[in-house]
Write a protein of this length. Structure first.
Length: 598
């Protein structure tokens, strides 16, 4: 018999790990965030202020402290008895003509003309003060090629002075370079004296625009301070935008080509004029388009549009007495009339032979001709600028020109739209493309006309100066000059003339002897009231260009043949409009003939 007993064995405990396995698969991490800050800020808070002006006395019965709104809503308030309408009307009818008559006499009176000098006592009794002298930039093309200041101007805001550098003694093709230098006259820290010892110091230009040939003129845009145009000795018209320099881009935004239909002689003057084709009375000054006008020695005046990069002129005119004239006048200077009431198509032009002429340069399209052209075949290939040129061609030559242009374009498979340059390249008649613009001629100078400038205040007045040493004041209604001034000594030329933009009776001119003459017709109608050594007190360098600042009264800039620029401050009397100016300019132009003052 077998016996079995109970045996005590080892105990094994197997613990469940399924919860721990789940925890091991999880990660715990932390990140630090900035505490959220909450602030209460009030903007555009309202401030209350009480103010009274021209208040009337309270009527009897009105309560003190009553508000203006309650006064208007109070229907019981009446103003009867304060004034009688019939008596007031009779008083105004009786006294009005007398008051207007006395006001007119007061405007023409010169009884208190001497008090103007007292108001300008801060000038120290001087008619002018030299503010700055800037020498020709050193270490660059201006010094290497011995360039002079050929033209000077102020930008649209009046804060920068611009100078073009070139030479007038070139013969044939210009081989030296040129530039436009720009100084910010009102920048913080600008000074022409050394702060340590007070010696003269010439600051370098803030902006330099280089050109492949010498420059003869500079013209800043009238509305865009960063846009600058210049004309070269070789006949090129160039435009820069200085804002592009900050972005590292090429500053030149337009340059004309030297072709048969453009300039082939030095471009002596440029001017910006409003584009009459796109002008609108509803558009503001900022939205107006401008065209660039150039004049040169071959006798052409060309209009350029910056929109096409100056690839070809939009319109052109010849300085000839008629379209059949074989010898056009060599143009040297021009000026558009900008006075109130003046036509924007009228321009005064001076020539190498001394002729002074009034020209009409109308860019407006002929609607009748445009309507007829729109019905012809293949007209959809013509751009608007090309159509504007085609419309201005005489009707007898228009069909032949259109046919020649379309045949010329058909030879090229790459041309899709007909542009202005295609018209000039296909044209065979220069007289039809560049019609005569001269409408009236004045008594000429004995020698080259170096400068003309229209009055910004009087639509009939303009001045001209030339190599004969005469400064002439003309009226557009008379052939003979109204007044002739001879401020220089024998043998000296007058090189530049400009009208003050602030005083109707003040204008200035510069000479080859380095003198700058300021005239004030309200003070002296025979000789200048101020002689300024703008070419240097010792060197007496010829001053080729002068320019008034249109924004800051009294500032006058001058540039000489050695490349130096001088800024002058005219006295209060020469810088601020006076009541006698209108009478003075009217009397000078028409010798007191009131029947012509219209």
């Amino acid at each position: 018999m077998v016996g079995f007993d109970d045996v005590d064995g080892c105990c094994v405990n197997i613990t469940s790990r399924w919860r721990q396995d789940i925890l091991d698969l999880q990660d715990r991490s932390e990140c630090q965030t900035d505490p959220i800050q909450v602030e209460n800020v009030g903007v555009q808070s309202v401030m209350c202020k009480e103010q009274e002006c021209q208040t009337s006395q309270e009527l009897e019965g009105e309560k003190e402290g009553k508000h203006a709104e309650e006064d208007e809503e109070d229907e019981d308030t009446t103003f009867e008895g304060l004034a009688d309408d019939d008596d007031l009307a009779r008083f105004i009818e009786n006294i009005g003509p007398l008051m207007l008559h006395e006001l007119g006499r007061n405007e023409q009176s010169q009884a208190f003309i001497s008090t103007f000098q007292e108001q300008g006592a801060d000038d120290g009794g001087k008619d002018w003060t030299m503010l700055h002298t800037i020498s020709r930039p050193t270490g660059n093309v201006e010094e290497d090629d011995d360039l002079g200041c050929t033209s000077i101007a102020w930008n649209a805001t009046g804060s920068q002075v611009l100078a073009s550098y070139g030479r007038f003694d070139n013969f044939g093709w210009c081989k030296h370079r040129g530039s436009v230098c720009i100084w910010n006259m009102f920048a913080r820290g600008f000074s022409t004296t050394n702060a340590q010892d007070g010696t003269p110091y010439s600051p370098p230009p803030d902006i330099r625009l280089d050109a492949p040939s010498g420059l003869m003129c500079v013209a800043p845009h009238p509305c865009k301070p960063s846009v600058v145009a210049a004309g070269s000795f070789n006949g090129e018209v160039m435009v820069w935008d200085t804002v592009r320099q900050d972005r590292g881009e090429d500053t030149m935004i337009g340059c004309s080509q030297i072709e048969d239909y453009s300039h082939r002689e030095p471009v002596l003057q440029l001017a910006w004029v409003r584009d009459s084709r796109h002008s609108s009375s509803r558009s503001g000054a900022s939205s107006e388009r401008y065209l660039l006008v150039s004049i040169s020695g071959e006798g052409r005046t060309l209009f350029w549009d910056l929109a096409n990069g100056l690839s070809a002129p939009l319109r052109g005119f010849t300085l000839a007495k008629d379209s059949r004239s074989a010898k056009p006048l060599g143009g040297t200077t021009l000026s558009f009339s900008c006075a109130a009431g003046a036509s924007s198509t009228n321009v005064i032009v001076g020539s190498e032979g001394g002729h002074v002429s009034r020209c009409t340069m109308d860019l407006s399209s002929k609607k009748s001709g445009l309507k007829a052209l729109m019905n012809e075949a293949n007209i959809d290939r013509w751009t608007r600028d090309a159509l504007d040129i085609l419309i201005q061609v005489p009707e007898k030559d228009r069909f032949i020109l259109k046919r020649n242009v379309e045949r010329f374009v058909a030879k090229s498979t790459e041309v899709h739209d007909i542009l202005p340059k295609h018209i000039y390249e296909a044209s065979r008649s220069d007289s039809s493309m560049f019609p005569s613009a001269i409408r009236f001629s004045f008594k000429p100078h004995v020698g080259t006309v170096n400068s003309v400038d229209c009055s910004p205040f009087h639509r009939h007045g303009f001045i001209s100066c030339g190599s004969d040493g005469h400064l002439c004041l003309y009226s557009t209604l008379e052939t003979e000059p109204a007044m002739t001034f001879s401020p220089t000594t024998s043998g000296n030329y007058l090189l530049s003339a400009c009208w003050s933009p602030h005083r109707p009776a003040v204008f200035a001119c510069s000479s080859s002897s380095g003198e700058l003459y300021v005239f004030d017709l309200a003070d002296n109608q025979t000789s200048p009231v101020a002689n300024i050594p703008a070419g240097g007190e010792k060197s007496q360098n010829p001053v080729y260009s002068i320019a008034f600042n249109k924004k800051t009264r009294g500032l006058l800039a001058a540039g000489d043949i050695k490349g130096s620029i001088r800024i002058f401050k005219l006295s209060w009397k020469l810088s601020n409009k006076q009541s006698v100016d209108k009478c003075a300019i009217d009397y000078a132009l028409f010798n007191g003939n009131s029947s012509m003052l219209t």
